[in-house]
Design a protein around this ligand. Structure first.
Ligand code: FRU
Length: 517
């Protein structure tokens, strides 16, 4: 008789096919285990790279690695082996990647060019008590393998432990690499000719007292075009603000509580970022997203769509990220979005649009025009699905509330709509399914519109447990996770409350899966 081999079956090794409960079909998630921030986003030699904060041994946060996925279209992703793993300098926290096309670093003397990752080594023991420092690694084979720079770290902190998340870019005018860095309650900017020697240039944010909610994380400084004004661009400083664990007063929270993102519009001269008080109302906080689940978003390096940067976020919230009820894996990325600025009565404002390539997954399943919706009638009987895009244009009439109920079963639903008396767009996930894993989870998230519109446009993406709502020109965005009762047919309903509303146009698309294509 031959030897009996007993295989130990680990829950994590069970065949997984991206069809599990709650798995988004057109949102990226790792096959298994924990993921948080997108890192090292770069377009290089025909591929979009997405690295991310990853813990390969459990579904909760642990010593951070950089996971890796590549795509040709930002939609269909292939997960690759881990790119960077903790070493003697510590764990691999968030950071960026750039194309060193002129070999400024001297790391590519043999091949002439390549990509460099700039990230935070955390929990490093190099300088006692200063546990975060910036380091670099480089790749000569399209990001498949990486070599740590031998003299890491390249930038040490002076007096703080929160010193992280470098987002480096090349500044054409001054011929320098620029590194915005999150340093506790401010963004520090460093410059370098070669990605190795860094010099402090300026600091922004400590004096903006009204914005301080949690620790600053993952800054990104990027030039964004203004819609309708050819050639006009402004510098936008994007900032993630960590969860303060509810210690602050309610009016000092992010819009949906926990971690969230804000932005500043201004100018950048290669040294200093200056807020433009004409573009922004003084002391008004400009929030990126009014849902709870859009965090640590950063832009892709080396690529734009008609001058518009593309970015992606981790679709979770530090308040409850560890507790969400997915099985083999924990958390997803958002849909990649293009960003631009729109001139409004209140000044310039960010507008976000899902990337165009998503349309390659969609199939129309309902189309209608000029439909009067009365309270209590449902024109969408029979329309079902867990992965959908809904594109609607409503003419505001006398209904006090209208919109859609999605992922609807007998027991649960998520309501998305507009409240006309309050002029607010909202997403209500109080009865969305499993909400019990955190007291902050069941909630209504809303945003007051800047003006009264005659028409409300909604573009809604529903994907198993991920919902992204883009209102009027992508200026009002709500991104939220929901965990509906599983194993049941999910339907969509369009509703109006206390009165009627006119649907000028409505189209619903089934979104096909992007996995295994
Ligand atoms: C943001 C963040 C970063 C840090 C990383 C650690 O979500 O806290 O500041 O680099 O996650 O995983």
């Amino acid at each position: 008789m031959g030897e009996i081999i007993i295989e130990k079956i680990n829950a994590n090794d069970v065949a997984i096919d991206y069809k599990e409960e709650y798995r988004g079909q057109f949102h990226y998630s790792p096959l298994k285990n924990w993921m948080n921030d997108p890192n090292g986003l770069i377009y290089y030699l025909g591929e979009y790279h997405m690295f991310y904060q990853y813990y390969p041994h459990d579904t909760v946060w642990g010593p951070m690695h950089w996971g890796h996925a590549v795509s040709k279209d930002l939609i269909r992703w292939e997960e690759l082996p881990i790119a960077l793993a903790p070493d003697k300098n510590g764990m691999i926290f968030s950071g960026s990647a750039v194309w060193d096309k002129d070999n400024t670093s001297g790391l590519f003397d043999d091949v002439g060019e390549g990509i460099v990752a700039i990230f935070t080594h955390a929990d490093n023991k190099v300088v006692p008590g200063m546990d975060q420092a910036q380091s670099i690694a480089y790749s000569k084979d399209k990001g498949r393998t990486w070599t740590m720079y031998e003299n890491n770290p390249v930038l040490l902190p002076t007096n703080t432990t929160d010193f992280r998340d470098p987002k480096v870019f090349w500044h054409e005018e001054t011929c320098k690499w620029i590194m915005p860095l999150a340093v506790q309650d401010r963004v520090e900017i460093y410059t370098s000719p070669n990605l190795i020697n860094w010099t402090f240039a300026s600091s922004f944010g400590a004096e903006e007292k009204y914005i301080h909610r949690g620790v600053f994380e993952c800054p990104d400084l990027v030039q964004v075009p203004v819609k309708g004004y050819e050639e006009k661009k402004k510098w936008v400083l994007m900032l993630s603000v960590g969860d303060n664990n509810g210690v602050n007063k309610k009016d000092y929270e992010t819009p949906a509580g926990g971690s969230g993102m804000l932005y500043f519009i201004g100018d950048f001269d290669g040294i200093t970022f200056t807020k433009d008080d004409k573009a922004m109302n003084k002391e008004e906080i400009l929030w990126v997203d009014y849902g709870a689940d859009f965090y640590a978003a950063v832009t892709w390096s080396n690529v734009k769509v008609e001058e518009k940067p593309i970015w992606i976020a981790w679709m979770s919230n530090w308040r409850y990220a560890r507790e969400t009820p997915t099985t083999n894996w924990k958390s997803s990325m958002s849909i990649p979005r293009t960003i631009e600025l729109i001139n409004t009565k209140k000044g310039l404002r960010l507008s976000q649009q899902p990337i165009q390539q998503l349309s390659t997954l969609k199939e129309s399943i309902f189309k209608g025009e000029d439909i009067e919706i009365e309270a209590g009638t449902d024109i969408l009987t029979g329309i079902q699905g867990e992965s959908l895009e809904i594109v609607a244009r409503f003419e505001v009439k006398d209904a006090i509330e209208f919109g859609f109920k999605v992922l609807k079963t007998k027991e649960s639903e998520t309501v998305i709509g507009y409240k006309s008396r309050e002029n607010k767009l909202f997403l209500d996930r109080r009865n969305s399914g499993n909400t019990s894993f955190d007291p902050a989870f069941p909630a209504v998230h809303e945003v007051e519109l800047m003006e009264e519109y005659n028409e409300i446009e909604l573009k809604i993406f529903v994907d198993a447990s991920l919902i992204e709502v883009f209102g009027n020109d992508g200026m009002y965005v709500i991104s939220d996770q929901v965990f509906p009762n599983w194993g049941k047919e999910k339907s969509v309903e369009v509703f109006s409350k206390n009165g009627s509303v006119k649907l000028r146009s409505l189209e619903i698309f089934r979104m096909n899966s992007s996995w295994n294509q």
